[in-house]
Ligand binder design. Structure first.
Ligand code: PFF
Length: 462
């Protein structure tokens, strides 16, 4: 039998997995949720959830992958015959995410090129983003992003994914730290003499805002944090199962899980430190309630107000965001590729080639969902959206919590947590959070996942 592909070692694996985890979720969604959900209060809740739920789900996925040496569809069947259906359901998540992730990657690429060509005043205009996405020619950026993703996955686990992550991730980390520090040194004054500084912005970011805190608001913040956590750690969608299947048996999974959690959460917190003080100083407190338009509307405006420095920072910001999106996007395509290779017994190059063509078409269709194929649909969680939002809703709000419910039941009650613990202790790793894991996987996680599922499908009123 042909030797299975693998990462070269712990560093290669951790950087690739962290590359999957660190994406637009960290740089875009996390800061705006912090601003919306009470600053430091959200941060505290999020960190507690990372150390409990995040750890449990990440450990589960990676251990399943390494122990079975397979991707989701085959892995669940190996764990317990008859559970292949859960594998198929899990496979649907990257399949759906892939239809739109390159579209968002394309938007980031567009902004990067706008800064590169020095036209950053244009990007600060009110309708710039809407005009861009409603123009059918915007499709090209998504297609280029998709092609790049296909090319990296085509080159294999070590030669493509690991090599790209080892190049991109260190640069990304340095840039995030650099801009976060710079952001804290910012200051601006107006005619009335009022001065706003980056450090004041940091206080807004870190101080828990307890005003008007009710039980229902607390629950809503917790649920926001929980769904952010799923998306951010790339769990319950088979991606970490696939990456886990490429980890050699000598690697200590306990350390790897801890390192992935630290990098993912660290980048999210630093992203808030670079964005919130900058918006606070230059756009005032209102700029922070920008919501999803934060990245493509509020930030370019802020960069513009900063003048020359804003131009450089904007350029670097969109470069690092493009890097983050790329390493996430390759993990999505890899999960699909690996499952297809196992199910259809095909080889990598052919599989990636066919999938890239399919997803070039899908990317074009979703991108045109703002122009040629415009639809407006009301989603069960109350929001309205276009094609991209529909795909996002089905994959992240519907399937991911549903899959977590079943996978925690399978591990906690059917095969038993010991099955996972054996892999975490192999060859001589110490599964130091074993008791926490057992309690979480058996009792807490299935229960909370059901609530998350009911809430995100609109069956449970907020
Ligand atoms: N974890 C990535 C982020 O935080 O942006 C996003 C992501 C990657 C989501 C891969 C889904 C996925 F399949």
């Amino acid at each position: 039998m042909k030797k299975k592909s693998s990462f070269s070692g712990q560093i290669g694996f951790v950087l690739a997995a962290a590359g999957s985890a660190v994406g637009v979720g960290n740089l875009w969604r996390f800061p705006y949720l912090v601003a919306k959900d009470g600053g430091g209060l959200f941060l505290i809740i999020y960190i507690v959830l990372v150390l409990t739920f995040g750890f449990t789900l990440l450990t589960t996925d990676i251990a399943i992958g390494r122990k079975t040496g397979q991707s989701a569809i085959a892995a669940y069947e190996t764990m317990r015959p008859g559970w292949k259906k859960l594998g198929i359901l899990t496979f649907c998540v990257p399949m759906l995410i892939m239809t739109y992730y390159a579209v968002i990657g394309g938007w980031i690429l567009k902004y990067f090129t706008v800064y590169l060509t020095g036209d950053f005043a244009a990007a600060a205009k009110d309708d710039y983003f809407t005009d861009f996405i409603t123009d059918p020619s915007s499709v090209w950026f998504g297609l280029i992003f998709m092609l790049l993703t296909g090319f990296i996955v085509y080159n294999g686990v070590e030669g493509g994914i690991e090599r790209c992550s080892k190049f991109v991730m260190p640069i990304l980390l340095v840039l995030v730290v650099g801009i976060a520090i710079f952001s804290l040194t910012l200051r601006s004054g107006d005619e009335s003499g009022a001065v706003r500084t980056g450090l004041d912005g940091l206080k807004v970011y870190l101080m828990p805002d307890m005003s008007g805190l009710t039980l229902s608001r607390f629950l809503q913040i917790t649920l926001d944090a929980m769904s952010q956590l799923f998306f951010s750690l790339s769990v319950s969608m088979g991606i970490m199962i696939t990456y886990g299947s490429y980890v050699q048996k000598e690697v200590d999974l306990n350390k790897s899980v801890a390192q992935i959690e630290i990098v993912d959460t660290g980048v999210a917190i630093l992203a808030g430190m670079m964005i919130i003080p900058a918006i606070f100083v230059f756009s005032g407190i209102d700029g922070m309630s920008a919501g999803p338009s934060l990245m493509f509307v509020a930030l370019p405006k802020t960069f513009y107000t900063m003048g020359k420095a804003g131009y450089v920072i904007g350029l670097v910001f969109f470069l690092l965001t493009a890097f983050a999106a790329l390493t996430s996007c390759i993990s999505v395509l890899e999960a699909i590729t690996a499952n297809c290779m196992e199910v259809f017994h095909t080889e990598r190059k052919k599989t990636t080639g066919v999938l890239t063509i399919i997803y070039l078409i899908a990317t074009a269709v979703i991108a045109l969902g703002y122009s040629v194929f415009y639809v407006e649909v009301k989603l069960p969680n109350g929001s309205t959206g276009q094609l991209l939002d529909i795909m996002d809703y089905i994959s992240n709000s519907f399937l991911m919590p549903l899959i977590s419910v079943f996978s925690t039941i399978l591990v906690g009650w059917i095969v038993g947590p010991k099955w996972i613990a054996e892999e975490m202790e192999h060859p001589n790793g110490k599964f130091s959070r074993k008791h926490l894991y057992n309690i979480m996987i058996k009792y807490v996680a299935p229960f909370i996942m059901v609530i998350l599922f009911l809430q995100s499908t609109g069956l449970l009123d907020r």
